[in-house]
Ligand binder design. Sequence first.
Ligand SMILES: Nc1ncnc2c1ncn2[C@@H]1O[C@H](COP(=O)(O)OP(=O)(O)OP(=O)(O)O)[C@@H](O)[C@H]1O
Ligand SMILES: [Mg+2]
Length: 598
Amino acid sequence: MIWRSIIGKLWATIIAIVTIVLLFLTLFLLQFFENSNIQQADQQMEKIGVKAGLLLEHAKGSNVEDTLLSISDIADVYDADYVLIVNDQVWSGPKKSAMAGLNRRFFETDATLRQALTNNRTANKIGNFKMTTNHVKKNQRLLIVGVPVRTSSGEHGAVYVIQPVQIAQNALDQSKKLIYLCAGLSILLTTFFAFFLSTRIGSPLRRMRKAALQVALGNFDITVPVITRDEVGDLAVAFNNMREKLKANMTALNQEKEQLAGILQNMADGVLLIDTKAKIVASNPPAEHFVYSWNYEHDHDPAQIQTPDDLRDLLLEVSEDGVQKMREISVQGRIWVVIMKPLYDQNKIRGAVAVLRDMTEERHNDQMIKSFVANVSHELRTPISMMQGYSEAIIDDIAESAQEKKDMAQIILDESQRMGRLVNELLDLAKLETGHFQLDRRNIELGDFFRHVVTKFSNLVNDAGIRLQANIDLVDGKTFLLDPDRVEQVMTNLIDNAIRHTRKDGVVAVEARFEDELLHIFVRDSGVGIAQEDIPFVFERFYKADKARTRGKAGTGLGLAIAKHIVEAHGGEISVNSIKGEGTTFQFTLSQDKASDR
Ligand SMILES: Nc1ncnc2c1ncn2[C@@H]1O[C@H](COP(=O)(O)OP(=O)(O)OP(=O)(O)O)[C@@H](O)[C@H]1O
Ligand SMILES: [Mg+2]
């Protein structure tokens, strides 16, 4: 674990460097010390040799033994011994090196040391020599320096000063100990330094790592303290700056996203985002409504909403051509215009965005405007041509009997009344639509009012074999502020419609009750019903759902449009529910509150 931290690596590196440096230093120093110690010992021993030579040379008259004692004293100071060879005589120092094996024969046979005896030259040698100490033979490393001497009597010889190398070695061992101590101390210091660095550099770095992880999780409020004024401190400052900028950018991004989402949610048009696999990625409520309606129409499980096939096809076309495409899709009787545009990720198409507009009203309005003139002329043409035909028949005396003439005149009267009614209704509608009319509200006793309206139809229902019920107990005896003529007009149309669309033995029921201070009126029938696709349009002028109507039962298609205007003028609403083949219920409310009037 420690090797994975910067501090661990730093520590290991420093220790490695220190170890290598110390190793080399130790090697070189030891080499150097050894050389210089031996050199020093060599020089000292040579000096002793020279001194001994001088003592021997100037020892005129004095005892040889005294001179040798002096030489021994000098050698003893340096822990050394000597062997003096003059002619056949051999003297040895207090350590008796000559007896131990370094005898005349030894010096004479050694090629280097012989130089002092024979060639009158100083000779020195380091080596392992066999010595016999206390009758035990052992190898000993010695430094031997031979100096040629001349006695006062002029005899030549040589003095060999002998010192065990061990003495020089002792100094070296001391130096080694010192170096080891230094190495130990520096490793200790390095470790301490590494831990100091660990708190100084490592802990701010660790804190920054923690903060970075937090920022990655979306927590932008975290800051790292700037403790030092070095690179680590600069890094902390840079980190804090980065965090602040990130926060600002993220906030801006989120705001933009919210704005866009808000716009999308409140758009009247539907917007759909689909990926290349035609999966819906994003949508707004109108688009969801479209997709839901399509799935409903195609009997798909509402829990598993699917992308409409038309959109899949359109996506295929858009992906192939790479350009915007438009298509009209009809769902549940409504017409949607879909404009789809490809979305690019650099050069690759990554999906498409579709804008959906419900064009049902516009299409219908266009149709209505076109058909209005046609409708009016058509409605007028039938009575006019009938009137023309019958009046011609009367003029040409085609009718034989007076009764026949009377019947013809009756038809002309009926048709002219029908024309009059149409014109009146048109005028009425024009007035209602432009708002140029006044309600004449009065307090009306509701029981009497409904009974009067229903009674008007008694003959008609009797002829048609239909039962007409009035469930008005809940409002009987109560008064309500309304325009009786206008409301009667609405009721008359609704009951008339119901009777006209109900077969023999059917039932038409009128019901009234109060709810939430509103007067609710229902006109139910067990008639033929209205087809699903016609329901949204029955309140439009000239709209006739039963296109195959029989001549006798034909109306103008203006009744419900007028009724809608009258109800709305009373601050109420009118609606219809119907199941084809089972019956229809028209329902409208009336309000007494004049503030809700139009
Ligand atoms: N109770 C009903 N059952 C079935 N269809 C109905 C019913 N009421 C209305 N409709 C349909 O709605 C259409 C519009 O009705 P509306 O009252 O506006 O016109 P109309 O009855 O044809 O003519 P008008 O009332 O002007 O004489 C009718 O033509 C009919 O197709
Ligand atoms: Mg009608």
